[in-house]
Design a protein around this ligand. Structure first.
Ligand code: ADP
Length: 590
């Protein structure tokens, strides 16, 4: 009950009212009692004096029973008990009792007082009447001696008056306390209702409903409290919204970052991981959070670096190759303190592409050096042979010069192709795109190479589907691609072989698919993905001569047209090279 706000307010009031009423009752009872007793005593004193005067006159009559008669008359008249006590304490006259039975009254306090100071009073319990009595005594002279006249009245009347008064006061106290309880409960109830509603609103806010508000008119304390509460709620919502915005921005940045970001807490568990980090470590984001870093990284070098980096005061970085996924990661670990908690920030950078580019560049340089070295060494040898005397042998000199010429041509061809490739790669070769009939891009290069095929006893067949729609192309460039593919096919097909050049319409896309099929040496499966790289030559083909740039150039040209190029091959069974070109469609060449 005491936990209830209403009672907490009401009970002190009730206690206060009861204490005040009790004190008031006691005080009023006492003062009333004293006043009533005083008044009674004063009137009894007067009556005692009258009785004394009466007794004095009886003394003159010298009649033995005269005192009794006087006492009785007096008692009847004034409705009191009257007693006349002789100088030796003997009761001479008595109104209410048999005086022969009464003991000596000299030592009664009121008698003693009267004898000493002229008047005496006392309150005593009367066993005869079973009540408190007020006795008042006055001396009077009997000759030379002093007797005492005494009147007494039971105090029961005064007591009943006081009781009545007390009852009235207690009733008033109870009624007032009850009214106070009612009023206190009413006031406290209203206050506590508002507090309960505020508590409810606070609970709803804690549960996430930041729009919950309580509306009370301002003015009183609770109204002001409610307004302050609402203001606090507004501020809170604003802060939470700001935090949400910030978190949203941070999440967007983390989600879209190319670098992986991972945070571990003081216990070494992952508390945050972004998609890039999850991808690099090949784990699911949801599963990684809450697990130990070692479980998530699963790579001893990463774990060692993380361990070491977390203990250092400065960030540590190292590049690690994770062979499992064929990825190359640079990891930077720095200790991190967030909200007083120690942790670690791990940044993961994917260096795989950079590494690959580096490898390509490295291969390119070593390839180009290799490709240049062979004709240059051969030229050097030819020049030395000529200088050593062959120049004086005209037929031999002629042969050497022709060989030198061939090598210079090969070198020139390579430089031309390299320049061409670099221009195509950098996008500086403009394509003159227009609607072109398929025959126009296929027939000229095939016919140009036909004598070479015939010389090698190779059957070169053209197989174009009927009614092919025109393609969108720069005819010269596409002829260059066809020429490259047919030239390769002738180069890698032994004599007596067969080459088929065909074109069909793509069933899935608005494109025409061209193919050059040979029954030559084929390409090993592991080399097939690399043949479109610059300078790449499959081992078996080394003998075929050539720069290794033809397919790289073809790929760039086809891609510049918006097409695709690919190859299928089986070693020693033959290869088929395909490329697609988009249809001209509604393209208007103007
Ligand atoms: P190259 O000038 O050496 O022919 P390419 O770029 O045209 O250079 O070809 C690259 C490599 O691809 C060749 O060295 C060869 O190994 C392989 N290749 C190309 N076409 C064929 C084919 N029709 N049959 C077998 N191998 C081929």
């Amino acid at each position: 009950m005491l936990r209830d706000f209403r009672w907490r307010i009401a009970i002190p009031y009730i206690i206060l009212i009861l204490v005040v009423m009790a004190a008031l009752t006691i005080y009023i009872s006492r003062t009333t009692w004293a006043a009533q007793q005083g008044a009674l005593e004063a009137s009894l004193k007067g009556e005692a004096r009258i009785l004394a005067e009466g007794a004095q006159s009886v003394v003159i009559e010298q009649d033995d029973s005269a005192f009794d008669d006087l006492a009785q008359q007096f008692a009847e008249l004034l409705n009191v008990r009257a007693t006349i006590i002789g100088p030796d304490g003997t009761v001479l006259g008595e109104s209410d009792e048999d005086r022969s039975q009464m003991d000596n009254h000299l030592n009664r306090p009121e008698v003693q007082q009267a004898l000493q100071s002229g008047e005496g009073s006392s309150i005593r319990y009367s066993q005869t009447l079973d009540t408190d009595m007020l006795y008042v005594a006055t001396p009077f002279d009997i000759g030379e001696e002093v007797a005492v006249a005494r009147v007494a009245l039971p105090l029961s009347q005064v007591e009943s008056n006081i009781n009545q008064l007390q009852n009235a006061l207690v009733t008033a106290a109870i009624v007032t306390a009850a009214a106070a309880i009612g009023v206190a409960i009413l006031i406290a109830g209203r206050t506590s209702r508002t507090i309960h509603r505020l508590t409810e609103v606070a609970r709803r806010m804690a549960a996430g409903d930041l729009d919950a508000r309580l509306h009370l008119p301002a003015g009183d304390d609770l109204g002001d409290l409610t307004q302050a509460f609402n203001h606090m709620a507004d501020e809170l919502r604003e802060r939470v919204n700001d935090l949400d915005d910030e978190r949203g921005r941070l999440t967007a940045i983390l989600d879209n970052m190319a670098d992986g970001v991972l945070i571990t807490d003081a216990t070494g568990r992952v508390s945050l991981i972004n998609p890039a980090a999850a991808h690099l470590l090949d784990v699911e984001e949801d599963e990684a959070v809450g697990r130990f870093f070692a479980e998530v990284a699963r790579h001893h070098e990463l774990i060692e670096l993380w361990n070491y980096g977390c203990e250092q005061s400065e960030g540590q970085a190292a590049a690690v190759e994770i062979s499992r996924q064929d990825v190359f990661i640079q990891m930077i670990v720095s200790p991190l303190e967030t909200a007083g908690q120690e942790g670690c920030l791990v940044i993961l950078q994917d260096l795989t592409r950079l590494r690959r580019l580096e490898t390509v560049r490295h291969d390119f340089i070593s390839n180009i050096s290799h490709e240049l070295r062979t004709p240059l060494a051969s030229l050097k040898a030819l020049i030395e042979t000529l200088r050593d005397g062959a120049i004086d042998d005209p037929p031999a000199a002629q042969r050497f010069l022709e060989r030198a010429d061939f090598e210079v041509d090969a070198l020139t061809q390579m430089v031309v192709e390299l320049l061409e490739l670099s221009r195509i790669e950098s996008g500086t070769v403009p394509l003159l795109l227009q609607a072109t009939a398929v025959e126009d891009v296929v027939v000229p290069p095939v016919e140009r190479l036909r004598p070479q095929a015939e010389r090698d006893d190779i059957d070169l067949t053209l197989d174009l589907a009927a009614n092919l729609p025109p393609v969108l192309s720069d005819s010269d460039r596409v002829q260059q691609v066809v020429s490259n593919l047919v030239h390769n096919a002738i180069k890698f097909t032994p004599s007596g072989g067969k080459i088929t050049v065909s074109a069909v319409q793509d069933l899935n896309d608005p494109a025409v698919i061209f193919s050059v099929k040979d029954a030559g040496v084929g390409i090993p499966a592991n080399e097939l993905p690399r043949i479109f790289e610059r300078f790449y030559k499959a081992d078996q083909a080394r003998s075929g001569g050539g720069t290794g740039l033809g397919l790289a150039i073809s790929r760039h040209l086809v891609q510049a047209h918006g097409g695709q190029i690919w190859a299928k091959s089986k070693e020693s069974k033959g290869s088929t090279f395909y490329f697609s070109l988009p249809l001209a469609g509604d393209y208007d060449s103007d």
